[in-house]
Design a protein around this ligand. Structure first.
Ligand code: NAG
Ligand code: NAG
Ligand code: NAG
Ligand code: NAG
Ligand code: NAG
Ligand code: NAG
Length: 361
């Protein structure tokens, strides 16, 4: 007869295996704390959590993706995004968006909103722009970050606590994307809070969930179109692959790799990412892809990327212009990395060249 004790162990094991989202514990380097990655980038994180002048910075973005296992045993992929500043000389403007995919049911909802009633702090991180509110409760403005979304079908209230090394794209946090852009992330957020699915509020199971907070600012974006893949691999690496089409002579084919001890490596990516499984955005009509093959020669890496659900367009349905529209799809990855088999999960961000979208008024 199986003792109760064994039964509990089996149940606990099954529960931990049933979530695809594996948290990776921080492995402090030889000198202990996270001092390396809090100071590795070329700017002060606290200073740049505050909104930068929107007349110069067309991109002023606070974006979080969430990989959640909830108390209903379903898995979710969520996006929350507060952004200020537009392009092409238009008046500075605010935009918020959120999405929720129930991976278990394949049910998806998303919306981009231009908030009318916003109050944005200029000296702290408090972007109150109903139906979204993005803010920090910690003195350094990044150790605790909360996003509350009241967007129907993508309703949540999630706090991410910084855990483990920060992630600096290109190693320094600065690279060319249309113009000089700055981007850093907290990729191992410890998340608590709730999500609302099918009119029921569910708790997040923190041990089987995580978030990737991304702060980006710069005077322009890659309006020639881009693909961005952000993913967690089973060999404990966190990877961001940028593939940007040419803008003013600059292209982007770069992988930034974060190791568990906090060190970064930057690799060139084969510019042919083999997009396949085309499908059309339900609102904009532009073409997105459901599969890619990404090659990183310096790591002998071959990565087959798949979107299990062909959904991810977030826009204003009445005005699906290039500025209002972004595609964020849940992806899985399998392949090999330096001779070892790897699997993983992440986000596939897609944007076609700006001139392919419906034009605004
Ligand atoms: C970073 O910026 C914050 C806010 O401006 C400031 O209080 C802090 O002293 C700065 N840190 C360093 C190391 O300069
Ligand atoms: C802004 O506030 C007005 C008046 O309370 C309300 O009618 C409107 O729906 C609000 N807009 C948003 C985007 O929340
Ligand atoms: C922040 O600065 C902008 C531009 O100077 C100004 O229009 C806005 O009112 C300020 N917001 C707050 C909350 O002070
Ligand atoms: C979101 O959750 C936090 C932490 O539990 C709580 O303090 C806050 O009041 C909640 N916000 C809303 C709008 O419910
Ligand atoms: C970057 O943007 C600034 C401000 O708009 C502009 O002066 C500069 O020429 C741009 N540089 C490039 C390389 O596009
Ligand atoms: C949503 O809830 C309703 C009422 O409880 C139920 O009938 C329906 O099957 C649920 N839908 C999904 C997708 O779970």
């Amino acid at each position: 007869m199986v003792s109760l004790e064994y039964l509990f162990i089996w149940v606990a094991l099954f529960a931990s295996l049933s979530s695809p989202f594996k948290r990776i514990d921080f492995q402090p380097g030889p000198f202990g704390e996270d001092a390396y990655t809090e100071n590795a980038g070329i700017y002060n994180l606290t200073e740049f959590m505050v909104l930068q002048p929107t007349s110069y910075y067309g991109v002023n973005s606070y974006w979080t993706i969430y990989f959640i296992t909830a108390s209903n045993s379903h898995d979710y992929f969520l996006v929350g995004h507060c952004n200020a500043g537009f392009f092409s000389g238009a008046a500075p403007s605010l935009l918020v968006r959120a999405s929720m995919l129930d991976i278990t049911d394949g049910v998806y909802s998303s919306l981009t909103v231009l908030p009318d009633n916003a109050t944005i702090s200029n000296d702290t991180y408090n972007f109150y722009a109903p139906p979204l509110h993005c803010y920090s409760n910690s003195a350094d403005l990044f150790s605790s970050i909360t996003v509350v979304s009241e967007i129907p079908g993508a309703t949540f209230n999630i706090t991410s606590l910084s855990d483990g090394p920060k992630f600096f794209d290109a190693g320094s946090g600065t690279f060319m994307w249309g113009n000089q852009t700055n981007e850093w992330a907290i990729p191992n957020g410890y998340v608590t809070g709730t999500i609302t699915y099918n009119d029921t509020v569910y708790d997040i199971i923190s041990s089987q969930s995580l978030s990737w907070f991304d702060r980006q600012w710069g005077p322009a974006d890659g309006h020639g179109g881009w693909q961005l893949f952000i993913f967690y691999l089973s060999n404990d690496l966190k990877v961001c692959v940028w593939h940007g089409f040419e803008v003013d002579g600059f292209t982007l084919n770069m992988a930034t790799i974060l190791y568990p001890d906090g060190h970064h490596e930057v690799e060139i990516v084969d510019p042919d990412i083999h997009p396949s499984v085309p499908f059309l955005g339900p609102y904009s009509g532009v073409q997105y892809y459901g599969a890619f093959e990404v090659l990183i020669p310096g790591k002998n890496a071959y990565l087959h990327i798949t979107l299990p659900v062909l959904a991810g367009e977030i826009t204003n349905p009445k005005l699906p212009t290039a500025s209002y529209t972004l595609f964020e799809g849940y992806m899985t990855v399998e392949g090999c990395w330096e001779g070892e088999k790897v699997t993983g999960f992440g986000d596939s961000e897609q944007h076609q060249p700006y001139d392919q979208y419906p034009q605004g008024p």
